[in-house]
Design a protein around this ligand. Structure first.
Ligand code: FAD
Ligand code: MLT
Ligand code: ZN
Length: 477
């Protein structure tokens, strides 16, 4: 049978599952779904479909399985590794979850929220706050990323230090399998040792093992007081000593510890002058610290001031500004979160989302900075990130005046190789929180070692023998 005929039949069959307005096939309609946020990957798709129920998702998967058409699950399409972008074949469909956006239940006694995969993260945070709860997952893309995408990538963000990654916030999942069956694992249990942990298998699998349609997530009491401060630090060793000091004195009150280098904030100021660093001069490292508590404002403020005083006395910090109100605290966070946007304004860049044990971080930075500067004179190292988690966004922008696309074409591979070799030498990871997608498919093979990589392939083969769920992302079978 000619492939156009197969495609036409397939689209007609889709029409028996979804109403026509939820099946996009015209080029101009599909275009917004074909390129990732970074504009790093563009693909083609036979159709973009928008199911409303888990049952519709299951029917679509069964149809795809019968027609041998592969599926790219898509949430907010804010991922950094091209996981939600189709390939160039034009033979895949994009299954976008945005219409599955119901909050099914808030269980106050169990402190859980049951919600569908297409809920926008910010909406979930707001809904939880209206009910006097905290939903702690927080990241720069929260206005458009979706809970299904957060689960599929096991997103990190700025509250991991206290509340963990998305995985740690999830108690149960509903998943459509590659066979088109619905697995209902929506139990809000904090203990459940009934065999293999299927939930944890799907979390972080980037749409390659199943399609997440709903989840039960943890809620926490809403903190009553929060203090945010920016401090100036001379070097990375002092930044880590400062983190350890806060961990000791503030213990679980420490909810944020983010690091920004001078070069990162210079780039921010270039594109967003209103976001200038309020600290004096241009400190080599600016650290954003947040404490949250359930006691009075005064209690936390006193604690913060006493730890900062100790840090000054121990010469760990050279300057500090405590946000005097919520507006100023938000401005500090915006400054941190805008670095990614400033990089996007500046042009294409090379991202390295890495984790290093805190004890090796100083060695990693000093050695890698030196190697990069020697081999690529004029290179700009935009290093910032979630220092409390040992997670650096060690991003690279080309020397000023060079065309970024051309620079990346020439140097992407050797730069990745250099940086990832340093990560390996420090026993780190080449993906802390952004995932693998198509960007790091080869990198993962090299990084994981053959035993782990073969186990991953065996899992993929067992759960999706036909290879119809997001093929050639994370692992290729
Ligand atoms: P998408 O990009 O649509 O998809 C991501 C992957 O998940 C793809 O492989 C896709 O196929 C799969 N997928 C999506 N939905 C489902 C589903 N329902 N079932 C199965 N698979 C699915 N990430 C962090 O971890 N920490 C940060 O601090 C952070 N900051 C960011 C800041 C900015 C400005 C931007 C643009 C991105 C940031 N990200 C960050 C990256 C991104 O927002 C996260 O990876 C997010 O979790 C992706 O969610 P999404 O809904 O956009 O997923
Ligand atoms: C962030 O933490 O802001 C993003 O994950 C980092 C990035 O843009 O690389
Ligand atoms: Zn991040």
């Amino acid at each position: 049978m000619r492939s156009e005929h197969v495609n036409t039949t397939f689209i007609e069959q889709l029409g028996s599952i979804l109403e026509p307005q939820f099946i996009l096939t015209a080029d101009q309609d599909k275009t917004p779904y074909l390129t990732d946020w970074r504009k790093r990957f563009t693909g083609k798709a036979l159709a973009v479909v928008f199911p409303k129920t888990s049952d519709e998702v299951a029917k679509i998967v069964r149809l795809c399985s019968d027609s041998n058409i592969s599926i790219v699950p898509q949430g907010g399409h804010t991922g950094f590794c091209g996981g939600a972008t189709p390939d160039a074949s034009g033979k895949q469909i994009i299954l976008n979850l945005k219409r599955m956006n119901a909050i099914r239940e808030i269980d106050r006694a169990n402190q859980t929220i049951t919600l569908e995969a297409g809920c926008i993260l910010q909406t979930v945070q707001e809904k939880a706050a209206q009910e006097d709860f905290l939903f702690p997952l927080s990241l720069g893309a929260e206005g458009s990323c979706m809970i299904g995408g957060n689960l599929a990538t096991n997103a990190g963000g700025t509250n991991v230090l206290r509340y963990g990654n998305t995985r740690d916030l999830c108690l149960g999942l509903e998943v459509v399998t590659a066979k088109g069956e619905i697995w209902n694992g929506l139990k809000g249990l904090r203990k459940d040792n009934t065999g293999y942990d299927l939930r944890d298998l799907f979390i972080g699998s980037e749409g390659t093992l199943g399609i997440i349609t709903a989840a039960v997530m943890k809620l926490y009491p809403l903190p009553v007081s929060q203090w945010t401060t920016l401090v100036a630090v001379d070097n990375i060793a002092s930044s880590i000593a400062l983190l350890n000091l806060f961990q000791k004195r503030a213990t679980s009150l420490l909810t944020g510890f983010e690091m920004m280098t001078e070069e990162s904030l210079d780039l921010n100021e270039k594109h967003f002058p209103q976001m200038a660093n309020p600290l004096k001069g241009k400190p080599p490292y600016t650290v954003l610290i947040e404490l949250s508590d359930y006691e009075s404002e005064e209690h936390v403020r006193q604690l913060l001031e006493s730890v900062l005083e100790e840090a000054f006395d121990g010469s760990l910090i050279t300057d500090a500004v405590i946000a005097s109100n919520l507006t100023q605290a938000n401005a500090f966070w915006h400054m941190r979160e805008h670095i990614t946007l400033a990089q996007a304004e500046e042009g294409a860049n090379l991202k390295h989302d890495i984790t290093i044990p805190l004890s090796s971080l100083e060695r990693f930075i000093s050695q890698t900075d030196a190697l990069m500067k020697a081999q690529y004179p004029g290179i700009r190292i935009i290093n910032f990130g979630h220092l409390g988690d040992g997670n650096l966004h060690y991003n690279i922008a080309p020397p000023l005046g060079l065309d970024s696309q051309e620079f990346n074409r020439q140097y992407e591979k050797p730069i990745h190789d250099l940086i990832y070799a340093q990560v390996e030498a420090c026993h780190g990871s080449i993906s802390a929180e952004h995932g693998v997608g198509q960007l790091k498919l080869d990198g993962l093979r090299a990084h994981k070692g053959s035993v782990a990589h073969d186990l991953m392939k065996a899992l993929k083969t067992a759960l999706d023998p036909q290879n119809i769920l997001n093929p050639h992302k994370v692992v290729s079978i």
